[in-house]
Design a protein around this ligand. Structure first.
Ligand SMILES: [Cu+2]
Length: 293
């Protein structure tokens, strides 16, 4: 009887380990479509645009790809456009995929640490990425119990999108963007996006995942609170700094932790003044509020 019960214990132990291993390394599937469309800016101006969407219907907001740390994502990328497009992940080795018109590719990736990453179209000197094809991948450590918000920041100069749309080159030295978006929206619409608009309570632990898929530097200024950098792709040595302004360079990611210490509604905005406008109208740019009760 003793021997049998030991055998049972061993069997349960092995089974337990197999289950634990299984729950640690899952492969998940997702699909994004490369869609061509027109982005309606905050003043109802239309701008030639592309986006990675979850269906073949164009939407100016790029899909967020969310993956648990340690899992593998098998992503099908379907190109619905009449031109070839690329798929790459910033700072990730050996992807560099080019997808012919009306074709698809399957791309696998995984991340070990909690953080924000950028997937994008690297072709056409990143002209298509500027025109919209830049999205966020979130690698989420599910054992960290926090509230998460996501800001994919871009800026646009209508004339540049139109020039690139004709297959022509632009001079980035003369770039002067007039529209500024987070997840495709400008103020006041950013505040109606529950993924972007920070709502919480005093004492909450809030993580804000920021990526800049535009061309310009965005310096994000928080009123009311300091936050702590917990992840930075460009300046890993800045992790741990507690500040109220966070520079996010083009094609870089920064994750900050906010633990509100007071009640209130406080603005967050790009510290560069033009970035708080949209089509020359203030404050229709990169501007939202934190609402803390
Ligand atoms: Cu301010």
């Amino acid at each position: 009887m003793k021997a049998n019960s030991n055998l049972l214990k061993v069997a349960l132990f092995v089974l337990g380990n197999v289950c634990a291993m299984h729950s640690f390394a899952t492969t998940i599937q997702d699909t994004v479509f490369i869609n061509r469309g027109q982005m309606m800016a905050v003043d109802s101006t239309y701008i030639p645009y592309f986006a990675f969407n979850s269906s073949s219907i164009f939407n100016k907001e790029n899909s967020r790809l969310i993956i648990d740390t340690g899992d593998t994502m098998e992503l099908t990328v379907i190109n619905t456009d009449s031109l070839p497009h690329g798929f790459d992940i910033k700072n990730y080795p050996n992807i560099d995929s080019v997808i012919p018109a009306n074709s698809f590719a399957v791309i696998s990736f995984s991340f070990d640490e909690d953080g924000a990453h950028i997937y994008y179209d690297h072709t056409f000197s990143e002209g298509f990425r500027y025109m919209g094809l830049g999205g966020m991948i979130v690698s989420k450590n599910a054992s960290i119990n926090v509230q998460r918000f996501y800001w994919n920041m871009k800026e646009h100069q209508k004339e540049y999108n139109e020039t690139l749309d004709q297959g022509l080159a632009v001079n980035w030295d003369e770039y002067y963007p007039e529209y500024f978006t987070i997840n495709g929206n400008s103020n006041p619409h950013i505040n109606t996006d529950p993924i972007a608009r920070v709502v919480g309570s005093v004492g909450d632990t809030i993580h804000i995942y920021m990526v800049n898929t535009g061309q310009s530097l965005h310096s994000i200024h928080f009123h009311g609170y300091h936050s702590t950098i917990i992840n930075s792709t460009k300046f890993p040595n800045h992790v741990g700094r507690s500040k109220d302004t966070f520079g996010v360079h083009s094609m870089e990611a920064v994750v900050v932790e906010l633990v509100p210490d007071q009640v209130g509604e406080y603005p967050v905005h790009d510290h560069n003044l033009v970035a708080v406008s949209g089509g020359n109208i203030y404050p229709n740019g990169m501007f939202l509020t934190l609402l803390i009760d």
